[in-house]
Design a protein. Structure first.
Lengths: 710, 496
């Protein structure tokens, strides 16, 4: 079960002609897919499209009812290869992932798919993880579209436009026999809005029909001589067909305006920020009416030269908003203008930052420069930001950074505490990190990890250090990365090359960082998936001899296992599986059960930690070995002490890490665990009564002695 | 009201503060009142990412029908935000930094409580970043400010922060909806209606209650004492200059509680020595610092002290409060002790302890037995008896090894202060301050002790600017646990 449940929301997928759909972008996209008669959907989760996978997963019954096959693919490459079903048959398919990282993984399959071309429409929905909130390297999907010649749709961030883009994408794909990228920016995925729904379409033909009457076309297979044919087809047939379709269906928009000697070109996804910025500058109203003509590239690849030249005709200068770099669009527009002998001058990144997100403030500065140059008498209205410059400077010194960190009670915390304690003893190690929640180890308070080379590539990232050393490289991998490719790229590779290093596999029963999706090694029984395949067994299966599974919260054992693994002499990799369930998911599962048990009068115990404020030294060594959100500080209640004391707030889930750390790191004796027995039984009450009576009596005597001294 | 542009709301919430819930309420509220509403956010994955910015915009449907649908922005635009809601004080600062808050446009609703960042939390001493300048700035840059401790209000009303925030939004009248409209939105969401309404109402009340002045901690007053010994000590301390009296009085009660009347008198005797070297011109700074740190040093943490603190009746009450045990449910406390060989020697009579701690054989035999984590339940009879017996070793404390070690350090410190009080006052103050790094148990104490001793040694040369060196060493000693900064600095002074 994923972190967020859409069980209720997916009911909206049943809406039909004329009904008003109200909801989040991701759900709207799913609805649009069904309206388009999609046959199959696949993908790999990752922000910002994780919820798309969750919605689809929660909608499995509805999809089944329509005869749509959905699967949570093993990787983006798997998902992309799935689209092979649309090569020979008129089956519509959609696949989705986080970009550009997922597109990197999918590239092999995508390039093959794009080479042979498709018969049924294929839409690749990429969550463009760029700008604020992004967790990956800042690159552009645009480059992939260019290199494989797939078309790229970048709709404005409005739910109606996004839904329309899904339908357009399928038709464009079929019209040009080319897979199409539908790019959803981070905030588009989560935009709430409304649109008028249509009936869902059952796919026709179906996947089963295709299997009954297989169709084979040698020209669609990427092998010489067809592969040479494909390249020519791409530029001579498919590209012109796409251009024709885009023009005819007016997928790109032109906003006409009175200032006809200037113009603005922007990617579709930037349109609303641009319009609001123009409005703030007095160059547009709030309803999308601009004083400067705007050419909106909803299809941002390929460029439609005729449309561009028509828009630029009789203009002196045109400002281009193209987010990210390299400036592919700027180069293409310049080429088109030059080839078309246009007199318009293109102003692009010369008035805008070359790299980084185009926020309203960035756009404003660019427009002001552009306008001052284009129209000598134009005066920019006062920038509201100017009035708060001093305030910003003042507060900047007082706003702390908030790097991401592990959740309250996270089972990965004790693993890194153990590693840190081991390093204290043996010195620092080279640690090759991976992608996942565990990558937060590189940040305070753990500061562990030297590189991260991509999902599942933690062990591969340490493969060069295959030399004899008493301090072997340690690599880290999550269960998600392990099944994605780490088992072969890392573990198998290390076995084959006789690498002695240690790989620490963090197994928390889910692909946790992306929202708790199930995996091969998930503990939960699932009616539709095969789970419970152990990581240790898989590692042994590819030839690992030293493999161990340790519960993460046992810091003593974890530390001992780590020490053993790094000192173990012998050929071949060591694989240490650190196992414990993701706390977020565990709480989600257990909390309702716990509450129900308390209410129904069942005997249950509840654990929570605390710190004795008068025993706490204010040194915060405990926090430096933990970083748990529930382990925080507060001002010292002791009037003579200045250091804040450690404090466990009421979000503590009683995972036990604090106690383990106190023991293993020999911290101060301030920590205590409280165990509350709800609905105690007769024996509980009896024992409690006796204990309390005796101890209260002893305490009263002690208090008297204390008072005698006072 | 003529609508020529959407109403724009920006919200900055931390993971777990319910920013998503509040956004849903706001959108539902607007839609039910005949508005078109849009919301966007960057998916805040629970607690894993720090702060999340939510953006909500709304516009009346009826106006849209005549004028057309407005363009909603996916991200708050500086200068254009009507309402900013920040769920924490430093996040208010972040909202200002992002330019969302502008003087003519923005109503600002903020919680004054703190959720400390990891850097603030993990400092070796006090790493808290003062937020009072942020609150002051917030006042200046917003059209109207509603600031109160939402977490406390949520806690007191047994509700959640987002419900309290929603109440504050209603109270601010920044949205064109009535209180009943707001309540209806909570009711429609169908979850925890009662507690959410409670929080909502508490939020309205708190927001209308007026803005609190930035809090400054009140000056330390004279303590009350119940017993005759305490009263006599407080009376004796009251004779000190006003600046020193309250601290010395608190210190004397602390040392009385720690040991006995005689010990507390010794504490005051030592203050006497310094006060007569100090003067009002310096505001008795040295005496103040000395009185404070001496009290803390004399009530150093040994196993006896910990055992005493852990078994007190008042502590039992405090822990039950913390665990929020409201009824009579059996509640057991499990303490995490890790007494090492060193602590064992510390508690032995001085001569035996000295011999033991030097004896390799004793260490070899005892360390493996002792150095183990022990979980002791203080409110089960065995655990209580063990600790209360240990606490009663108090009467022999003066004979323990740790006591003699402590006396030696305090002696050196006191000599240095007396020697420099008249010749280099600033240095004396810096030295009096620096001993604060010696605290705690085990490794923390050893680390502090070693750094303090080295700081003392590095500043023994009277011809240098000792005050400056001492202050820098003090700062460096708290900069990092590994001691990189401190070691580099102390090396510099030692070799010069």
């Amino acid at each position: 079960m994923a972190e967020r449940s859409f069980k209720k929301e997916v009911e909206k997928l049943h809406l039909g002609d004329g009904d008003v759909f109200s909801g989040e972008g991701i759900l709207a996209v799913t609805k649009a897919l069904l309206e388009c008669g999609v046959s199959y959907v696949g993908g790999y989760q990752g922000s910002p499209i994780s919820h798309l996978m969750d919605v689809l997963s929660d909608a499995e019954e509805i999809l089944d009812g329509l005869g749509v096959h959905f699967e949570a693919s093993a990787s983006e490459a798997t998902a992309a290869a799935m689209a092979a079903a649309s090569v020979n048959y008129p089956l519509r398919g959609a696949v989705t992932w986080k970009s550009t990282v997922g597109t990197n993984v999918a590239s092999d399959a995508l390039a093959n798919l794009a080479s042979g071309g498709v018969t049924g429409g294929v839409v690749v929905i990429v969550g463009e993880d760029y700008g604020e909130g992004s967790s990956i390297m800042q690159e552009r999907t645009h480059a992939f579209a260019m290199k494989s010649q797939m078309w790229l749709i970048d709709p404005p961030p409005r739910i109606q436009d996004i839904v329309k883009a899904v339908a357009d994408a399928f038709e464009l794909s079929e019209a040009s026999n080319t897979p199409v990228f539908l790019q959803l920016r981070i905030r588009s995925c989560h935009v709430h809005g409304k649109f008028v729904a249509k009936n869902n379409q059952r796919p026709s033909p179906t996947l089963a029909d295709a299997l009954q009457t297989p169709n084979r076309d040698l020209d669609r297979i990427v092998l010489p001589p067809a592969s040479f044919l494909h390249e020519h087809e791409k530029v001579n047939t498919r590209w012109p067909a796409a251009v024709e379709f885009i023009k005819e269906r007016r997928l790109n928009r032109v906003i006409e305006a009175e200032r006809s000697t200037i113009g603005i070109i922007c990617q579709g996804g930037l349109l609303h920020t641009l319009l609001r910025t123009l409005e703030r500058l007095g160059l547009a109203d709030s309803f999308g009416n601009s004083e400067i003509p705007i050419y909106v590239l909803t299809v941002s690849y390929p460029l439609i030269d005729d449309e561009l030249l028509a828009f630029c005709a009789n203009k002196d200068s045109v400002l281009l908003f193209e987010e990210g770099q390299p400036n592919f669009i700027e180069q293409s527009v310049n080429t088109a203008l030059r080839n078309g002998a246009s007199g318009a001058r293109l102003i692009g990144k010369e008035v805008l930052p070359v790299a980084g997100e185009y926020t309203s403030s960035v756009m404003r500065a660019g427009i002001v420069k552009f306008m001052q140059d284009a129209e000598a008498d134009w005066v920019a209205p006062q920038d509201p930001a100017a009035s708060v410059v001093d305030a910003i400077r003042t507060v900047a010194e007082h706003v702390p950074d908030r790097p991401p960190g592990l959740c309250t009670g996270c089972p990965e915390r004790p693993v890194f505490t153990s590693l840190k304690l081991m390093q204290k003893e043996l010195g620092d190690f080279h640690v090759s990190a991976d992608i996942g929640c565990h990558l937060f180890s590189i940040l305070p308070p753990f500061n562990i990890g030297n590189t991260t080379m991509g999902y599942g590539l933690g062990a591969a990232g340490a493969s060069a250090f295959n030399v004899d050393s008493d301090k072997p490289a340690i690599s880290i991998m999550g269960d998600g990365g392990f099944w994605h490719n780490g088992l072969t790229s890392g573990i198998g590779n290390a076995v084959f090359n006789k690498n002695d290093s240690l790989t620490l596999v963090i197994d928390n029963n889910y692909a946790a960082a992306t929202g708790g999706q199930d995996l091969l090694s998930s503990k939960k029984q699932s009616p539709t998936k095969s789970t419970q395949h152990q990581i240790e067994k898989a590692a042994r299966g590819v030839g690992v001899e030293w493999a161990k599974t340790v519960q993460t919260y046992d810091i003593g054992k974890m530390r001992a296992a780590l020490k053993e693994a790094v000192s173990h002499k012998g050929t071949g990799p060591k694989v240490l599986v650190a196992q414990s369930e993701c706390m977020l998911n565990r709480q989600r599962r257990e909390k309702p059960i716990f509450r129900a048990a308390v209410q129904s009068g069942k005997r249950v115990t509840q654990e929570r930690f605390g710190v004795d404020e008068d025993t706490c030294t204010g040194d915060h060594a405990c926090i430096r070995l933990s970083g748990c959100p529930s382990l925080t500080i507060r001002p010292n209640p002791d009037p003579l002490k200045t250091q804040p004391v450690s404090f466990v707030d009421n979000s503590c889930v009683g995972c036990g890490n604090c106690g383990e750390v106190a023991h293993e790191a020999v911290l101060c004796p301030s920590f205590y665990k409280g165990v509350v027995i709800h609905n105690p039984g007769v024996i509980d009450r009896l024992l409690w009564g006796i204990r309390r009576a005796v101890i209260s009596w002893l305490q009263r005597r002690a208090t008297r002695r204390q008072l005698d001294m006072a | 009201m003529a609508w020529d542009r959407p109403l724009s709301i920006a919200m900055l919430a931390l993971g777990g503060q319910g920013g998503g819930v509040l956004t849903k309420w706001l959108v539902d509220l607007a839609e039910q009142q005949g508005f078109i509403a849009q919301s966007t956010y960057v998916a805040g994955v629970a607690q894993r990412t720090g702060a999340t910015v939510y953006c909500v915009e709304m516009f009346p449907q009826i106006t849209a029908e005549t004028q057309g649908e407005p363009v909603f922005t996916p991200y708050p635009v500086p200068g254009d935000v009507d309402l900013v809601i920040a769920g924490e004080m430093a996040e208010t600062g972040r909202a200002i930094m992002k330019g969302f808050v502008t003087p003519n446009a923005t109503t600002l609703i903020t919680s004054t409580h703190r959720v400390y960042s990891i850097d603030e939390k993990s400092a070796l001493g006090d790493g808290i970043i003062d937020q009072s300048p942020v609150l002051k700035t917030a006042q200046g840059v917003s059209r109207k400010l509603y600031a109160f401790d939402m977490e406390r209000v949520a806690h007191n009303s047994r509700s959640i922060v987002s419900a309290v925030m929603f109440g504050a939004v209603a109270a601010s009248a920044a949205l064109p909806f009535t209180r009943e409209n707001f309540e209806a939105a909570i009711e429609r969401s169908g979850k925890a209606i009662e507690s959410n309404l409670r929080g909502f109402r508490a939020g309205i009340e708190a927001a209308l209650g007026g803005n609190p002045a930035p809090t400054t901690s009140p000056a330390l007053g004279m303590p009350d004492s119940q017993g005759p010994n305490g009263r006599a000590l407080v009376e004796r301390a009251a004779a000190y200059p006003r600046e020193v009296a309250a601290i010395a009085a608190h210190g004397s009660l602390r040392t009385l509680d720690y040991q006995d009347r005689l010990y507390a008198e010794e504490y005051l005797d030592r203050i006497d020595e310094l006060v007569c070297l100090d003067d009002a011109g310096n505001g008795f700074e040295l005496s103040k610092v000395y009185a404070r740190n001496l009290a803390l040093q004399m009530s150093y943490e040994d196993t006896i002290r910990v055992a005493e603190q852990k078994t007190r009746a008042t502590r039992f009450e405090r822990v039950r409060d913390h665990l929020e045990v409201s009824d009579n449910s059996p509640t057991y406390f499990i303490e995490y002790f890790h007494p090492r060989f060193e602590e064992f020697c510390d508690t032995l009579p001085a001569r035996m302890g000295n011999w033991m701690s030097r004896s390799k054989a004793a260490r070899r035999i005892l360390a493996p037995i002792l150095n183990k984590g022990r979980n002791i339940s203080t409110n089960k009879i065995g655990g209580y008896l063990l600790l209360s017996t240990l606490a009663r070793l108090k009467r022999w404390r003066r004979g323990t090894m740790r006591y003699s070690v402590q006396q030696r350090i305090l002696g050196q410190w006191r000599e240095r202060l007396i020697e420099s009080a008249t010749s280099d006052y600033e240095y004396a103050v810096a030295t009096a301050e620096c001993i604060e790094i010696v605290r705690g148990y085990g490794e923390t104490w050893e680390r502090g002790m070693s750094r303090f001793s080295r700081s003392m040694a590095a500043t023994s040369d009277e011809t240098r600017d000792r005050a400056d060196i001492m202050r820098r060493l003090h700062q460096a000693a708290l900069a990092d646990e590994g001691g990189d900064q401190f070691n580099a600095l102390v090396d510099e002074y030692e070799t010069k």
